[in-house]
Ligand binder design. Structure first.
Ligand SMILES: Nc1ncnc2c1ncn2[C@@H]1O[C@H](COP(=O)(O)OP(=O)(O)O)[C@@H](O)[C@H]1O
Ligand SMILES: [Mg+2]
Length: 472
């Protein structure tokens, strides 16, 4: 037994083990709890999800000890551990033993296989424990001080039922923050329902939100619950709330006040229990002032406002975001190794003003991933308007909302700064949107639980020496 095994720490204060998971040319890391069972497999519900076809839905359980033990759950392609080393055996003759519904002890640094996937339990680097972006899910880049503070504030807001209004320019990550709020809230196990208020004509908004009873109108052959009911027990995210028609705002206000919903054609209101999160890139105070948005609804939605800063004020995040998008784009293109971002290309990205914010950066990087011929992205792989003076064609036009000052609404969370919020816990899962799922050959770690002070990371094995260090 390794002396430094964290489970052996009587104080139980450190969590220093993680899994390094290698599939093809990709390596990803998943933190481990100090003790307990960690289910590995392809299923949504697994603690560590590995999207590789050779891995069964619920493939194996890792018992985090001491001792460390891997148990096969009757997988199709088997769980393999190293045979005990016999005298005279060399690394070349090192044999694997297949487990079938049984278990074997493993040591730190020893590899085992789930189907074609190789896994090693290793120590998490010291920096991981002190990761600054502990309040953000693994696939969300949060490095700039303003963003760290924002995500910390969001984590505090997430614990209560308070309505949250997210403000910021288009593409800054308002939806990403809304999902984080849900994932970090006690209702993370409940539904997360999104409605883009700008995407539906006013005539459809009502039935979409409120649902209808059978025969409520021509064509209503069946009763149907609306999104408000569907979000019961969870979170309803109303995106682009500034686009909500004035006539409809009173109906939504009533729901926020009564917490009841009456289906179209219905007689009996149904009680609903949900957290409202709304977002807009409009200056809602100005909309209220010009009579386009109801003040009472604005106050109801704005229990607390969270303002996501534009990307040009988060220059430190441009590099990490670009790396992440490059890696994702290459996975989708099924390229074996992602090219690196050259220092020259990074300098161009950092000098640009990003009127379309993170969304624009993602598009630029996806384009570069397609165009890039070598092993690094060069300025020539970037759109010309980025290199011609750094100001894009859009950057001359003012974005709809410059970083708004926090709004002067009720601020129950203000006051003396509370102690640092430690995020995570068993219910703190982070669900990616389907668009962000990786191709089947790549591996995605989507832990249904995250553990305090640890983060997930994923990178191509060739981009770091870590693969060689972790897997022998
Ligand atoms: N901090 C972040 N880390 C990783 N990706 C991000 C981050 N912020 C935004 N994105 C990505 O940028 C795009 C736009 O984000 P989104 O939340 O839809 O912006 P908004 O709702 O403000 O218009 C999405 O593809 C999202 O995944
Ligand atoms: Mg949005």
């Amino acid at each position: 037994m390794d002396e430094g095994f964290p489970g052996g720490d009587a104080r139980g204060s450190c969590t220093t083990l993680r899994l390094a998971i290698v599939a093809g040319s990709t390596i990803a890391f998943a933190p481990l709890p100090p003790r307990g069972c960690v289910v590995l497999g392809r299923d949504e519900g697994c603690d560590v999800r590995i999207e590789d076809r050779s891995v069964s839905r619920r493939h194996a359980v890792l018992h985090v000890g001491p001792p460390l033990r891997i148990e096969d759950l009757g997988s199709a392609n088997g769980t393999f551990v190293g045979e005990q080393q016999l005298p005279g055996m060399t690394a070349r003759t090192h044999r694997l033993r297949r487990l079938s519904r049984d278990s074997a002890e493993i040591g730190i640094g020893e590899r085992f296989n789930l189907g074609a996937t190789t896994i090693v339990v290793g120590r998490a680097p010291a920096e991981a424990a002190a990761a600054p972006d502990c309040c953000a899910p693994a696939d969300v880049v949060v490095r700039a001080p303003a963003m760290l503070a924002l995500y910390e504030q969001a984590a505090r807001a997430a614990r209560s039922l308070i309505s949250v209004l997210i403000l910021g320019e288009t593409g800054v990550g308002k939806e990403v923050l809304a999902r984080t709020l849900h994932a970090r809230s006690p209702r993370a196990g409940g539904p997360y329902v999104e409605l883009n208020c700008a995407a539906l004509p006013p005539s459809l908004l009502e039935s979409e939100l409120f649902g209808h009873e059978k025969s409520a109108f021509t064509g209503a052959s069946q009763a149907r619950p609306g999104l408000l009911e569907s979000a019961h027990g969870g979170t309803l995210f109303l995106d682009e709330i500034g686009e909500l028609p004035l006539a409809f705002q009173a109906k939504l206000l009533r729901v926020l006040e009564d917490r009841k919903v009456l289906r179209i054609g219905g007689r009996t209101p149904r009680r609903i229990d949900l957290r409202f999160v709304a977002a807009t890139n409009r200056d809602l105070e100005a909309e209220v002032a010009r009579g386009a948005f109801r003040q009472d609804l604005y106050f109801r939605l704005n229990g607390i406002s969270l303002v996501v800063p534009p990307l040009r004020e988060r220059v430190a995040e441009i590099g990490p975001l670009a790396d992440r998008f490059l890696e994702e784009a290459c996975r989708q293109l099924e390229q074996r190794t992602a090219p690196r971002l050259s220092p020259e290309a990074l300098a161009v990205l950092e000098a640009y003003s990003w009127p379309g914010n993170v969304r624009e950066l993602r598009n630029v990087i996806e384009r570069a991933a397609v165009l890039c011929a070598g092993d690094s992205v060069q300025p020539a792989d970037l759109p010309p308007h980025l290199t011609s003076g750094g100001a894009g064609p859009l950057s001359g036009s003012a974005p709809p909302l410059s970083t708004p000052a926090p709004l002067s609404a009720p601020a129950p969370l203000s006051g003396p700064a509370p102690p640092l919020v430690r995020c995570g816990g068993r219910s703190a899962g982070w669900a990616e949107s389907p668009a962000h799922r990786t191709a089947a050959r790549s591996i995605t770690l989507r832990s249904s639980r995250t553990f305090p002070g640890q983060e997930y990371a994923s990178r191509t094995a060739s981009a770091s020496g870590e693969r060689r260090g972790a897997v022998r």
